[in-house]
Design a protein around this ligand. Structure first.
Ligand SMILES: NC(=O)c1ccc[n+]([C@@H]2O[C@H](COP(=O)([O-])OP(=O)(O)OC[C@H]3O[C@@H](n4cnc5c(N)ncnc54)[C@H](OP(=O)(O)O)[C@@H]3O)[C@@H](O)[C@H]2O)c1
Length: 281
């Protein structure tokens, strides 16, 4: 699949003067909540994911809030899917005031003898490669205009090695390093770049990653609307990053992971993420 695009109104040109935002992974979870926050804050929104049904649900919510919703079905693991999403944004003829680059997946299991390589490579494409690709397309327009906001959904998983979701944490560490580097390059441009770094959030992420049998999967989680709001507010304030969600996540992301060696962090995470660790005897 590359991409197909539809809009909830006859024209994608703004008739209201509302700013335009993009949210990837807007069909569920944190992205769904971010899209609603953009709409409530006066934006029209380009929403994208692979599955139409979820996007239609989000579009209905945005329309109810008075926003225009432009649906783009796109598989962001695919180079052509990212290009088609960018083409759909350009086809609106409107500048992007903000983009929440949020789509991502996880994958739990034993790296040796457990997880599937193709799923891991696909996850790298989505969580890391598509973020570079979209940034390469979106950021130059923002820099040329001297305004715009980018919000990346990373994770506290990017601040530690993550055994039993080994490749996932590495994708988020890549994203954090990449976003920080780009931010430094454009710091005087008028464009803000913010990292949203949640701990565990109650979304489809966990069943999709096959992680319902470990301590993290069965444990307490933050609500996606609260996490999205923390990220949205941080983006509006032009903050560098926000560790969002439960107090325990904030303690891990803001304190422990800043001081503990990687080997210690890896062992702590392994105890929480080992397959079967959440199953009662
Ligand atoms: N939940 C957590 O505990 C947690 C913690 C830290 C960080 N995060 C991060 O938060 C972000 C959002 O995840 P979530 O928790 O809200 O999970 P979610 O509810 O599963 O949302 C994932 C979103 O990504 C989209 N997506 C998946 N594969 C895609 C693809 N190939 N191309 C385009 N879109 C795709 C999904 O839509 P379709 O299925 O329709 O494609 C969905 O809209 C991810 O980057 C995740 O890594 C989550």
């Amino acid at each position: 699949m590359s991409a197909t695009s539809t809009t909830s109104t006859a024209s994608t040109m703004s008739t209201t003067g509302r700013p335009l935002a993009l949210v990837t992974g807007a069909s569920s979870g944190i992205g769904y909540e971010l899209a609603k926050l953009f709409a409530a804050d006066g934006h029209d929104v380009v929403i994208t994911a692979t599955q139409r049904a979820g996007l239609e649900r989000t579009a209905a919510e945005l329309r109810a809030a008075g926003a225009e919703a432009i649906i783009v079905e796109a598989d962001l693991t695919d180079y052509d899917g990212v290009e088609a999403l960018y083409a759909a944004v350009q086809a609106t003829g409107r500048p992007l005031a903000a983009a929440a680059l949020n789509a991502g997946v996880g994958l739990g299991g034993y790296f040796v003898g457990g997880t599937d390589l193709q799923r891991e490579l696909s996850m790298i494409q989505l969580n890391a490669v598509s973020q570079v690709h979209l940034t390469k397309r979106l950021l130059p327009d923002m820099v040329a205009r001297g305004s715009g906001r980018l919000l990346y959904t990373a994770s506290i998983s990017g601040t530690m090695p993550t055994p039993y979701e080994t490749v996932y944490g590495a994708t988020k560490a890549f994203l954090i390093s990449f976003a920080e580097a780009v931010k430094s390059e454009v710091k005087d441009s008028g464009v803000s770049i913010t990292l949203l770094m949640p701990g565990q959030v109650d979304t489809n992420f966990w069943p999709r990653a096959g992680m319902l049998d470990n301590k993290l999967g069965v444990g307490e989680k933050a609500k996606p609307d609260d996490v999205a709001k923390e990220g949205y507010d941080a983006m509006k304030d032009g903050k560098d990053r926000i560790v969002a969600g439960m107090m325990s996540s904030k303690f891990i992301g803001n304190v422990i992971n800043n001081v503990a060696p990687d080997t210690v962090k890896a062992d702590l995470h392994a105890g929480q993420a080992r397959p079967g660790s959440g199953v009662k005897e």
